[in-house]
Design a protein around this ligand. Structure first.
Ligand code: PLP
Length: 368
């Protein structure tokens, strides 16, 4: 193109950009944050106990029940595909439970015996791109992070197995197996099986942190199924090698729900021994409010369909505009997930920072 043509394109694009800025948008897409419309789906939680503070034969108003209400553990178990004895129902944040699990493993060992802090240069495998807050936890504990390539089927397992086999100072791995941030990919059955088998080649105090934050967050009825990792662990005899987490944060009210931790009974006992020093018990009143609204997995799934009805058109809108703008160019590529909260866009090398900055200056905050 001639200089004059290029200058005319530049002016045209600047005018388009200025028009976007004039719309004074204030959109924050940096987190998996439900919209007010989605949050309102759970407003029935407010006051829904109607003065009845007894559940599972317990006075919900009083202290006790470190492991959570039996009904809440059952709900968590059904969501994660575990036995209720393999689930703790906790407070409002699964991220806090992950942080605590990390802290106890570092301090005393995930088995209560082999503390990570007694070893030097401990490391975690971090499929990347991944969830920034997982990595922040590692950073805080001074745990070295080893980047693992993320494929459309999950982490590159050839790379993971080779690393774990070669280095016993690798103590764990972060996984968001379903609709993970930011790519929205779902781990394949083969990947889940190979992760379950890692316990056979890893150090004895190795733990996979299986953060299933988006386990029920399907946008379509024919969503891909995630293989049950605990079932695969039982086959491999590695039940102790995986700690699972999820929460209702993006099912009901974000940050005001129930968090769940799943794992072998032995792993949970080690965790509870420390947890019992930090707290007397979880908020059972809130657990009961949730159980009243979502008594079982079928109710959770019905509720998630209401989320999908709100979210799916928004995903479609984003994907349609990406296709319109870039479909016949090589300016970038993107993922088209069928669940979760994220679409990941890859720019041409070196341009991401500028794209994020320009979007922010037009009122749209993206996660870099
Ligand atoms: N895990 C993942 C993968 C997330 O994306 C988020 C929130 O964005 C969380 C955990 C936080 O969950 P919670 O609200 O239960 O702490």
């Amino acid at each position: 193109a001639s200089r004059a043509q290029l200058e005319s394109w530049r002016d045209e694009l600047r005018a388009q950009y200025a028009a976007y800025q004039q719309r004074k948008l204030a959109l924050d897409l940096t987190r998996g944050k439900p919209s007010a419309e989605q949050l309102a789906l759970a407003d029935a939680l407010d006051g829904n106990l109607g003065g009845n503070y007894t559940l599972d034969g317990t006075d919900l108003r009083n202290y006790g029940g470190l492991e959570g209400l039996p009904s809440a553990r059952k709900l968590g178990a059904d969501i994660l595909g575990l036995d209720p004895a393999e689930v703790l129902a906790g407070g409002n944040s699964s991220l806090t439970m992950m942080y605590q699990a990390m802290l106890y493993a570092w301090m005393l060992g995930p088995d209560g015996k082999n503390a990570w802090r007694n070893e030097s240069n401990i490391k975690f495998l971090c499929p990347s791109p991944g969830y920034d807050r997982h990595f922040a936890i590692c950073e805080q504990f001074g745990i070295e992070m080893i980047t693992v390539r993320l494929t459309d089927n999950g982490p590159d397992m050839d790379q993971v197995e080779a690393l774990v086999k070669a280095d016993p100072s690798i103590k764990g791995m972060w996984c968001v197996p379903k609709y993970g941030n930011p790519t929205g990919c779902v781990y394949s059955a083969d990947t889940v099986d190979r992760i379950a088998a890692l316990g056979k080649i890893a150090a004895r105090n190795f733990r996979v942190f299986w953060d299933n934050a988006y386990v029920v967050h399907d946008l379509t009825d024919d969503a891909p199924a995630l293989a049950n990792i605990m079932e695969r662990c039982r086959v491999h005899g590695t039940e102790h090698s995986v700690l699972q987490f999820t929460s209702t944060s993006k099912i009901t009210h974000a940050g005001a729900g129930i968090a769940f931790m799943g794992g072998s009974k032995e792993n949970l006992a080690v965790f509870c021994k420390q947890l019992g020093i930090a707290t007397i018990g979880p908020d059972k009143v809130n657990q009961a409010r949730h159980l009243k609204m979502l008594p079982d997995v079928a109710a959770v799934q019905a509720h998630m369909r209401k989320h999908a009805a709100i979210l799916k058109p928004r995903f479609d809108c984003v994907l349609q505009h990406l296709e319109q703008a870039f479909g016949d160019s090589d300016l970038g590529d993107w993922t088209s997930p069928v669940g979760g909260y994220f679409v990941s866009f890859n720019t041409r090398p070196g341009l991401a920072t500028t794209v994020v900055k320009l979007a922010a200056e037009a009122g749209v905050k993206l996660t870099p």
